[in-house]
Design a protein around this ligand. Structure first.
Ligand code: NAD
Length: 491
């Protein structure tokens, strides 16, 4: 019997509470990276689509900003319940379009829900300050207000968590929102929008426009969009920060990373190797908090490396929906090729290859095995660049001071960890390392929703970070009211 061709679904934008077809004629394939199957087609929307979304969002903002904050928060409570009920379905969607393991996807959903829970505290978070008698008969109060339409631009590696860093808080404090998800992972965000509607969010408060640079430029240039939250790579983040600022918008841009983990002679090697394997190779190394470099004290280096290599050889690679899989595919064929180019560069520049990921490629999906290089130096490209793939570099150092010197040479400063039982070393590390998020005896020091996601140097452009109280400040502005009440004499 002849095979019947099944037409792949074309996605629609979500504007004003409706699924609307983009005006574009250009669509891009969305893949399941574990099978190479095309699972949807995403529109590369136009500036006109952004114009429409911005008009709708501006109108919605004018009504939404005066809804009492407690009522807005109740919608987020509903949303939290719905997301929790759909946890497994959401995680399956993440694994389907991103490739990470189901357990990591479930973890990501949990992180996203935490952001919604934090944002549901908006009534308390929005409180201002006041002082009853700042001068004779004069009092001062400080009120927070939403700022307008917010644009959010997200990467492919956390299709749920990263958008949830943005829109729950933005809308809880009274703004409206336009999300541009990554064109590589658009399916999960469809479900996020559907559930927001079910939670009772009025139409137009949250909108979603799929696409790539045309949508980003439309958001950056639109006069009604007052602030931009960006998460993605360094070159694009720099571009977004510059162009958004030039257009006089508030911009926060969370960008690339090259995270170093320090292992000292007194570290618990079992704990250190287990955590480092997970940090470097979980999510196929496609995490902004992934460990890319280990600086290990020479005294323990051979022992550490032999355990690490042993464990790396036992890593199960495969479809993230299968039990026991740690290492899924990278996102696209071009990312796999780029990873291979970096591995070749590492060899060419003189690093010692001790585990070669090229030996574990699989053509069923965009799979490349874990790679480890020893004797890496800070002159090498594999140390300098963010590879964003399962490639780990090891640098042997004399002591903690040298380990910190190596890490601080990097242009990035997102996260850094130390494995040691020495309290003085931990304190020295905390005081001297250049990084915004530190881990002590753990591998992925990603802060929870209540704290800022606070990269430094080329890992972040802006002032106020995502999450925590920073996010309340970023999505609001303040009115400070100074009032004089001429006091009659009551005596
Ligand atoms: P990316 O920069 O390629 O894409 C991010 C967003 O920008 C996407 O929505 C994409 O469509 C858009 N974009 C891409 N190229 C563009 C261009 N030329 N002009 C305008 N817009 C463009 O990033 P990615 O590959 O999706 O994600 C991986 C990167 O994100 C890594 O560098 C990673 O470190 C970073 N990241 C950082 C954090 C953090 O908190 N610092 C968190 C997650 C991911």
């Amino acid at each position: 019997m002849a095979e019947v061709a099944v037409e792949v679904r074309k996605l629609k934008n979500y504007i004003n509470g409706e699924w609307v077809e983009s005006r574009t004629t250009q669509y891009e394939d969305v893949y399941n990276p574990a099978t190479k199957e095309v699972i949807a087609r995403v529109p590369l929307s136009t500036r006109e689509d952004v114009e429409y979304a911005a008009k709708v969002a501006q109108e919605a903002f004018d009504k939404w900003k005066i809804v009492p904050v407690q009522k807005r928060a109740r919608i987020l409570f509903n949303y939290q319940q719905l997301l929790t009920q759909h946890k497994e379905e959401l995680a399956r969607l993440i694994t389907l379009e991103n490739g990470k393991s189901f357990s990591e996807a479930l973890g990501e959903v949990g992180r996203g829900i935490e952001n919604v829970e934090f944002a549901a505290g908006a009534p308390t978070l929005m409180m201002g300050d006041s002082l009853s008698t700042i001068a004779t008969d004069v009092e001062v109060s400080n009120y927070r207000y939403p700022i307008g339409v917010i644009g959010g631009i997200a990467p492919f590696n956390f299709p749920m968590m990263v958008p949830c860093w943005m829109f729950p808080m933005a809308i809880a404090v009274g703004n409206s929102f336009i999300l541009k998800p990554s064109e590589k992972t658009p399916l999960l965000t469809e479900k996020l929008a559907e559930l927001l509607q079910e939670a009772g969010l009025p139409n137009g408060v949250f909108n979603m426009v799929y696409g790539a640079h045309d949508v980003v430029n439309g958001i950056l240039d639109h006069p009604d969009i007052k602030a931009i939250s960006f998460v993605g790579s360094k070159p694009v983040g720099e571009y977004v920060y510059k162009r958004g600022s030039e257009n006089l918008k508030r911009v926060q841009a969370l960008t690339g990373a090259k995270n170093h983990i320090i292992v000292l002679n007194d570290a618990d090697l079992e704990e250190a190797t287990t955590n480092i394997i997970n940090s470097a190779f979980g999510s196929a190394g496609e995490r902004c908090m992934a460990c890319s470099v280990v600086t290990v004290e020479e005294g323990i280096a051979d022992q550490f490396i032999s355990r690490l290599v042993e464990k790396t050889k036992n890593i199960q690679m495969g479809n993230g929906l299968d039990d026991g899989v740690l290492l899924g595919p990278v996102i696209r064929e071009e990312n796999k090729k780029r990873t291979i180019r970096y591995i070749e560069k590492g060899i060419e520049e003189g690093a010692s290859m001790i585990v070669d990921g090229r030996e574990r490629q699989s053509e069923e999906g965009f799979f490349i095995g874990p790679t480890i290089f020893d004797h890496v130096t800070t002159e090498m490209t594999i140390w300098k660049d963010e590879i964003f793939a399962p490639v780990l570099s090891i640098i042997r150092v004399e002591n903690l001071k040298e380990a910190i010197k190596v890490a601080n040479k990097s242009e990035f400063a997102n996260g850094s960890c130390i494995f040691t039982t020495n309290a003085s070393a931990i304190r020295y590390f905390r005081e001297n390392i250049d990084a915004g998020m530190l881990g002590i005896n753990l591998g992925v020091p990603a802060p929870m929703a209540f704290f800022p996601f606070s990269g430094w140097k080329s890992s972040f452009y802006g002032t106020l970070h995502a999450n925590g109280k920073d996010s309340v400040d970023f999505y609001t502005h303040k009115k400070v009211v100074t009032a004089r009440y001429k006091a009659p004499s009551f005596e």
